[in-house]
Design a protein around this ligand. Structure first.
Ligand code: ZN
Length: 249
C-alpha cells in the first residue's frame, strides 16, 4: 500500500516542538513514502526557526518531501520573502492561513501570494475552517477568478462548502487533515474521489492527543478512510491525486 501524506508539519505548534528528524522518523515508521510539509513555526511568523527546520527537512528527506512555503502576509512587505526565495529550497506549494493571518484584510497581498504560485507553477493551499472568513466557501470567488492556478482546501471545512467549491472549480482539490471520516465519505459520495488527497496534519496529534499512541492513531485514520471508499478511490486519495497536484512523475 502506497501512502503519500499531503499535510505534514515540522517545528513549533503551541507548547510542542517537533524536529524535522522526528517527523521523518515517524513517517518512515508508519510507512509513508512521500509527504508535503510546512513549518508550523510560521504561525508566529517565526522565520528564524521555520527556515532552518525546512532546510533540515529537505536535507534529511530528499525527494520524499514536497516543501510547502507557509507564507505570512508581512513577508511580502518586509522582504522576508527574499530570504525564503534565496534559501536553496525548491518550494513546491504556497500555503496561506486565513485563520491565523487574516488574509481577507489584505486582498492585495493575497493576490501577490497567488501570483507567486502562478509563477512557480505550484498549488496554493488554503487553510479552511475556524471562522467564516476562512471557511472553504469564502475562497470560491478567488479560486474561480484564478482558474489557471491549482488550489487545495486544507481540512475541507465545512464539508458542504468544500464540496460546493470543488464541484464549481475544476482547479480545486482538498486534503483530509483532521477531516472526520463521515465528511470524507460524503465527498466520495459526491463523486470527488479525483480531488481528495490523504493528509493528517501530523505532528499536531501530539498536542491534541498527548496520551495516544500516534502510530496506532495514524494506522486507524487510514483504516477508517479505506472503509468508506472503494479500493480504486483509495488509490486516488492515498497517492494518485498527490502525484497530480504536486507533479510527481
Ligand atoms: Zn496543518
Amino acid at each position: 500500500m502506497k501512502i503519500y501524506d499531503a499535510h505534514i508539519h515540522v517545528g513549533q505548534f503551541r507548547e510542542d516542538y517537533t524536529t524535522s528528524d522526528e517527523v521523518v522518523d515517524f513517517l518512515t515508521s508508519v510507512g509513508v513514502e512521500r509527504f508535503a510539509a510546512s513549518s508550523s513555526s510560521s504561525c508566529d511568523g517565526n522565520t528564524l526557526r521555520a527556515l532552518p527546520e525546512m532546510v533540515r527537512l529537505v536535507e534529511r528527506a530528499g525527494d520524499k518531501v514536497v516543501p510547502v512555503l507557509w507564507l505570512c502576509p508581512e513577508w511580502l512587505e518586509d522582504g522576508t520573502i527574499y530570504e525564503m526565495l534565496n534559501s536553496g529550497i525548491e518550494w513546491r506549494c504556497v500555503k496561506v492561513h486565513g485563520y491565523f493571518h487574516r488574509w481577507e484584510e489584505r486582498p492585495d497581498l493575497l493576490d501577490k501570494a497567488i501570483d507567486l504560485a502562478r509563477k512557480w507553477e505550484v498549488p496554493l493551499l488554503f487553510h479552511t475552517g475556524g471562522r467564516e472568513e476562512s471557511d472553504a466557501g469564502s475562497y470560491m470567488d478567488v479560486i474561480k477568478k484564478n482558474e489557471d492556478v491549482t488550489f487545495v482546501l486544507a481540512h475541507c471545512r465545512p464539508v458542504d462548502q468544500a464540496i460546493a467549491v470543488m464541484k464549481a472549480c475544476p482547479n480545486c482539490y482538498g486534503d483530509t487533515a483532521f477531516t472526520p471520516t463521515e465528511d470524507v465519505a460524503e465527498m466520495i459520495k459526491e463523486g470527488l474521489a479525483d480531488r481528495i488527497m490523504f493528509g493528517t496534519d501530523y505532528p499536531l496529534h501530539i498536542t491534541f492527543y498527548p496520551d495516544n499512541n500516534h502510530q496506532e492513531m495514524y494506522g486507524k485514520i487510514i483504516q477508517d478512510f479505506q472503509q468508506v471508499m472503494s479500493e480504486e478511490d483509495w488509490e486516488k486519495v492515498s497517492y494518485r491525486n498527490f502525484e497530480k497536484v504536486f507533479k510527481i512523475c
